[in-house]
Design a protein around this ligand. Structure first.
Ligand code: FES
Length: 520
């Protein structure tokens, strides 16, 4: 099933073009020739488009490229909460980096909420923006002290939050941290509003345009190679969710990806106000959304590291059971999942991509708060391109070395990479061909070679080489989404081997009917 946001945005076409000017949006063409611009933005999610929006307003000529369509990845699959409340975070920030640092993180994100509201008003974007309170709650008395510590921490930074024991949720909580005047919106309607403004300021947007190389010219300008053509530019913004350039930068060694699941239900009952997330595991997230006159409830949770096998019972099933405890007649209208890049110190990377790539910028590792962090990032990068100092730049500095202090997570990542790159490839496969059922997949062995096999519901066989085209880790089969997922850095491929999610951008090698690898 598609996400609520992607499914509820309608596209302009000849048949219904004049029906509703707000909801029918243009699709964009792919790149069909060499172009020149001041700035090339790679990635048409909320971060890339926010950068492009600000820069086009400032008169920069720019090109936005995306290998798929507008906001079809993380932005199209989010919960779309706009908030500076990023879980229980400020007590951790104060303890780890001090009050000034934590205060600037808070202020940057509070400003981002105002900035987004400012854009919505200035561009008259009909994106269902509404202010809501945001809550982090617990139902366990043993976790109450963490809630109280967070309230104390935020208030010590000059922020405004309350400790509450009553919320709009349909169940009792022991306590919650409440941030007032946060917001929610329809992310696709918002980014299409940005696109309209970018195009009206002479920005160019190209979709279905795969970038596969970045070449440096001698005079610190760049050539971005995409679809066999070249974009010549002075500045490059890598806004691809997961940075696609491995060396330099080494972002693959500094982040991991987490997958979480969402459902949208028609509760058949009146709903509540507010946006909610549980303080600790198991994570549950709630917000409402008005779609086609219906008030729907979005429930999220079931997080796990991307590439680690999961089953339906622990993902969508978990969310459906939870929702039906309170809304027994609920009808599930949408199911979808999303992936988030998480840095080892939980702070996004925003700034210069690498010391050896001047004028190339990046914003990534937004955790689960990309709607707000993307605006923070866009402002920092636009200031850098304009040669202006940004007050918050030091908080998110992309070249920092702090993440390596997070020894446990670093160790987990190294062990995982070692296993997937070497150990698992040498182990015999668990499956025999006959053991794979229809509509399921697994890795078998043929002549000492690993083959990833998916049997469609009608028995048709799809066979791929189950080795990730990013850095070569062994993939694992995801039986919930019928995809091949990489446990190292979170790339995903469909059962035919077509690349769905970065950092990999090439498809998997296929095997033919005689199970001979077509890449050999
Ligand atoms: Fe990096 Fe697969 S995503 S090896």
């Amino acid at each position: 099933m598609s996400s609520l946001w992607l499914d509820s945005i309608q596209y302009k076409n000849k048949k219904n073009k004049d029906k509703d000017k707000d909801n029918y949006k243009d699709d964009y063409d792919c790149l069909r020739g060499d172009v020149e611009a001041d700035v090339c933005v790679i990635g048409a999610g909320i971060f890339g488009l926010s950068c492009a929006y600000y820069l086009s307003k400032l008169g920069f000529s720019l090109v936005v490229l995306d290998k798929a369509g507008i906001a079809t990845k993380a932005t199209g699959h989010t919960t779309a909460k706009i908030t500076s409340e990023h879980g229980l975070f400020y007590d951790y920030l104060i303890n780890s980096y001090g009050e000034r640092f934590a205060g600037d993180y808070l202020e940057a994100n509070e400003r981002a909420i105002e900035n987004i509201k400012g854009i919505v008003d200035a561009e008259n974007i009909n994106c269902d923006f509404e202010y809501q309170n945001s809550y982090v709650y617990t139902t366990k008395p043993t976790e109450l002290h963490s809630i109280k510590d967070e309230v104390k921490a935020v208030n010590s930074l000059g922020g405004s939050c309350d400790f509450v024991t009553k919320t709009g949720l349909p169940f009792e909580v022991c306590g919650a941290v409440c941030f007032k005047n946060q917001a929610q919106f329809h992310p696709l309607k918002y980014v299409y509003g940005l696109c309209n403004s970018i195009v009206s300021n002479n920005g160019k947007i190209y979709t279905n345009t795969l970038v596969y190389d970045l070449e440096k010219d001698s005079d610190s300008s760049y050539r971005v190679i995409a679809n066999g053509y070249c974009v010549s530019c002075k500045f490059v913004i890598v806004a691809t969710h997961y940075p696609f350039i491995n060396f330099p930068g080494f972002y693959f060694a500094k982040m991991y990806q987490s997958t979480s699941y969402l459902i949208a239900i028609d509760a058949k009952k009146s709903l509540f106000n507010g946006m909610y997330i549980s303080a600790f595991s198991p994570t549950f997230s709630y917000r409402t959304a008005k779609i086609d006159g219906k008030n729907l409830l979005i429930v999220g949770g079931g997080d796990h590291k991307t590439g680690h096998p999961s089953c339906y019972r622990d993902t969508y099933g978990l969310l459906e059971r939870e929702a039906k405890k309170f809304y027994p007649d609920a009808e599930v209208l949408y199911r979808w999942n999303t992936r988030d890049c998480i840095s080892l110190d939980k702070i996004p990377y925003i700034g210069q991509y690498s010391m050896s790539l001047p004028n190339v910028f990046v914003g990534t590792g937004f955790k689960k708060w990309g709607m707000t962090s993307s605006n923070v990032a866009a402002n920092i990068i636009v200031d850098k391109i304009c040669g202006k100092q940004n007050k918050y730049e030091y908080v998110f500095k992309s070249s920092r070395l702090k993440p390596f202090k997070n020894a446990n997570e670093m160790k987990n990542m190294l062990v995982q990479s070692k296993n997937s790159l070497l150990v698992d490839k040498l182990k015999p496969s668990n499956f025999h061909f006959d053991e794979i059922e229809n509509d399921s997949g697994g890795i078998i062995e043929i002549n000492n070679e690993k083959v990833g096999v998916y049997k469609a519901p009608d028995g048709k066989i799809f066979a791929v080489k189950p080795v990730c085209t990013h850095l070569g880790c062994l993939l694992s089969w995801n039986d919930v989404d019928k995809t091949w997922d990489c446990p190292c850095h979170g790339s995903r491929f469909n059962f035919k081997g077509e690349n769905l999610y970065d950092p990999a951008f090439k498809d998997l090698c296929q095997w033919n009917r005689r199970l001979k690898c077509l890449c050999q």
